[in-house]
Design a protein around this ligand. Structure first.
Ligand code: RB5
Length: 151
């Protein structure tokens, strides 16, 4: 089950992605927003990230105009590795190398079809599990926990 949320800048893209989920029988919870009325990306980004960080959802997708504000927000939540991707290669690497648990997209940056291709790759790609990648992610955790020496 995945969590998806956006601000007004990502609303149209979220709706298109949800249509794809419905067609493909992919289970999701929609955290809003539910119209193009202006909202703060930080509110929705936090709600989605918190839900993933608490283990209520395995994966999240967050969308704002550029994907920047909402990914910055999500990355402030403990345990979240949110990857802002503008192409499928980044989505693949975000999963294989970074074990990203949230995909961030820019609703005003990408075309809908392109964004859906990125979503598909992100959801279909497992973490490689290779030692060097696990080690680096462990070091991210050390930084997150406030330890100054991750080396
Ligand atoms: C909202 O206008 C816009 O700032 C927001 O969607 C996002 O692009 C911020 O990073």
């Amino acid at each position: 089950m995945l969590a998806i949320g956006c601000d007004h800048g990502g609303y149209e893209m979220k709706e298109a992605i949800i249509k794809y989920f419905d067609k493909a029988n992919i289970a999701y919870k929609d955290f809003g927003t539910f119209s193009t009325e202006s909202v703060d990306y930080s509110d929705i980004g936090y709600e989605v990230a918190k839900a993933v960080s608490e283990g209520r959802f395995e994966t999240g997708i967050v969308i704002c105009g550029t994907g920047i504000g909402i990914s910055i927000t999500a990355n402030k939540v403990k345990g979240i590795r949110a990857a802002l991707c503008t192409n499928s290669f980044m989505a693949k690497m975000a999963r294989e190398h970074n074990n990203a648990n949230i995909l961030a997209l820019g609703g005003r940056v990408l075309g809908i079809d392109h964004a859906i291709d990125i979503v598909k790759v992100f959801l279909d790609t497992p973490f490689s599990g290779e030692e060097r990648h696990s080690r680096r992610i462990d070091k991210i955790r050390i930084v997150e926990n406030g330890d100054s020496s991750s080396k």
